[in-house]
Ligand binder design. Structure first.
Ligand SMILES: [Zn+2]
Length: 598
């Protein structure tokens, strides 16, 4: 085993190994590490490529073998091949794909070189020609002169106009663009890019999706596509229908060409993604005549890249779920558990959320609530300091963090709304009840079961002192199994919640200030765990992946509960498997609410 490696002595290091890949090593002196991506040590290697000797350069950073060796085709021996960048650097792997074992620096070098030779061979034979296309944007970004922050729905294959604004100041400019069907554009632009679109100049931007199967080699380093090349892309690679659509847009009344015209091309890739590339060019100055149709006198095409922020793209990229985007979820009770549930729904991509609660936010709530200290107070019209209703503060917070989600806040109780009859509960795809008070929730349960077509309704609550939390699914295309079932009377005794992990008839409530501020002791962690349980299963339910009305629980540690002299229930002794096997057994065949006999 060898622990030291001196790249200056690469030749002798190699001689200690049995290898046939590297035929010769020539050390390069006076290396400027800025030119070679941070490599201080550079050597020219003679290798065999397709039976012929060829040269390639290897560079090592100071911390080698703590980082991978870098390879360069400095003599341009291999021509234009995929994964070779402007400076000859060969991107042979994403660095996380090769495990670095610092104990074997020479093996690491040989291992990487083997990958590089294989990649170059594929490039020369044309086997990975497809990669040019797949990496289109990576090449494109080397030649661009600017950037559009664009929300483009690449699943829409129609030629169409995109809203585009350009904010210019003395030293810089910001270009933002978005699909016309994105709601609240002005708020979103302000939240995301700190731009007031009413203050900025608007330009015409046309999105042009190219035909499926279009093959365009990305521009090489320093290559500039001229007007006729770009026009050729436009005339050769779009459908007849797209061309007609383009003409209709250009001829639209009141849509005369401004001093600048923006176009964004969408290039469909074989992996179902779309590469985006854009241009800005001077307009023709003539109404209804687009510079892509009529060559203007002064042709100055400026290539731009598109930095994407369409919600579908952002969600797909981060494992979110675009399937639930059009779902509407209502959360009743946005205290500790409900507020965490609401923000998590927004985070998971649900774009319609209604929050219902008639309570105000207080400082006492903050350390176990999704909202922070800054959300507690506001000034009213008389400049009085007032507590903000929880739903209003939550709406503001969700809009700030996830501006694509529409939030409706109703500062009323469920019963008030029910009695007003102002809500059509059937409009929701899911109702989550997170009030945490059994009597109120039993009442809601009864009301929901009295409806003709009730939406699926989930109840969520915490247990005290970190022992656990629960989520009960009801009305999930199945009437039997409801919140009332949990309170089945046992041998004439007072009913208690049978899902509980604590023994019945223990009082956990605490009172800190002695003025009636009673609360049940659980922490923000408990609320977050319960919220995760609820949202995870809600997403399954909303996408049809959860059947029946199971009782779902997470089980926590019992040490705090025990240390305070309380006892656990029999159900707490269940393991995960047992909890899962019994998740439908809570159903009460005699239940007055959900049973046929009731
Ligand atoms: Zn029931």
């Amino acid at each position: 085993m060898k622990l030291t490696f001196n790249p200056y002595n690469l030749k002798s290091e190699l001689e200690l190994h049995e290898q046939s890949m590297i035929k010769e090593v020539v050390k390069i002196t006076n290396v400027n590490s800025d030119v070679y991506r941070g490599c201080k040590y550079l050597a020219e290697l003679v290798i065999i490529m397709n039976g012929e000797p060829a040269t390639i350069f290897v560079g090592f950073k100071d911390n080698y073998p703590g980082s991978l060796p870098l390879f360069f085709d400095l003599n341009d021996s291999f021509g234009r091949i995929p994964h070779k960048e402007k400076d000859g650097f060969i991107c042979f792997t994403r660095s996380e794909a090769i495990v670095i074992d610092k104990r074997y620096p020479v093996s690491l070098l040989l291992n990487c070189l083997e990958n590089v030779i294989e990649l170059i061979a594929k490039g020369i034979s044309g086997e990975n020609h497809e990669d040019f296309q797949l990496e289109f944007e990576a090449y494109w970004c080397h030649i661009v002169k600017g950037k559009i922050y664009g929300a483009i729905d690449t699943d829409n294959y129609n030629v169409r106009e995109i809203n585009l604004w350009c904010e210019t100041s003395e030293s810089n400019f910001t270009i933002v663009a978005s699909e016309k069907n994105i709601k609240n554009t002005e708020v979103i632009m302000n939240t995301l890019f700190h731009i007031d679109i009413y203050q900025e100049e608007k330009f015409r931007c046309i999105y042009i999706p190219l035909k499926h199967g279009t093959s365009i080699l990305p521009p090489a380093a320093e290559e500039e596509w001229d007007y006729s090349f770009v026009k050729n892309i436009f005339s050769k690679h779009i459908t007849k229908k797209s061309k007609q659509k383009f003409q209709r847009i250009v001829r639209r009344k009141g849509n005369s060409t401004k001093k600048l015209e923006f176009i964004i091309f969408g290039l469909p890739l074989s992996n179902e993604n779309t590469a985006l590339f854009a241009y800005v060019m001077p307009g023709t100055g003539i109404d209804y005549l687009h510079p892509l149709v009529q060559k203007p006198k002064n042709v100055n095409l400026i290539p731009l890249m598109v930095e994407r922020w369409h919600p579908n793209y952002l969600l797909n990229r981060t494992g979110g779920n675009t399937e639930v985007a059009d779902k509407h979820v209502a959360i009743v009770g946005v205290g500790s558990v409900g507020s965490e549930i609401a923000t998590r729904f927004a985070k998971s991509g649900v774009q319609h959320i209604t929050v219902i609660d008639n309570d105000i936010l207080e400082m006492d709530n903050v350390y176990r609530h999704a909202l922070g200290n800054d959300s507690v107070y506001a000034r009213n019209e008389d400049n009085q300091l007032i507590n903000v209703p929880k739903v209003l503060a939550l709406e503001k917070e969700i809009r700030r963090k996830y501006p694509f989600t529409q939030v409706t806040s109703l500062p009323k109780s469920f019963v008030e709304l029910w009695e007003e009859g102002s809500i059509n509960w059937k409009d929701y795809d899911l109702l989550v009840i997170a009030i945490g008070l059994a009597n109120q929730e039993m009442d809601i349960n009864e009301k929901m079961h009295s409806m003709k077509q009730p939406p699926p309704t989930i109840y969520a609550w915490n247990e005290p002192l970190g022992i656990g939390g629960h989520s009960l699914i009801t009305l999930n295309n199945e009437k039997k199994g409801c919140y009332q079932c949990l309170f089945k009377p046992m041998e004439g005794k007072t009913s208690h919640n049978r899902s509980s992990f604590t023994k019945p008839n223990q009082d956990f409530s605490k009172d800190l200030t002695g003025c009636g501020s009673i609360y049940v002791p659980y922490s923000f962690l408990d609320s977050e765990k319960t919220a995760m349980l609820v949202v995870e299963n809600s997403l399954k339910l909303l996408t049809g992946k959860l059947q029946d009305n199971p009782l779902l629980s997470w089980k926590g540690d019992d040490s705090q509960l025990k240390s305070e002299g309380f006892a656990t229930s029999h159900r707490y002794s269940f393991g995960d498997q047992e909890l899962q096997n019994t998740q439908l057994l809570y159903k009460d065949p005699e239940c007055p609410v959900c049973s046929m006999k009731g």
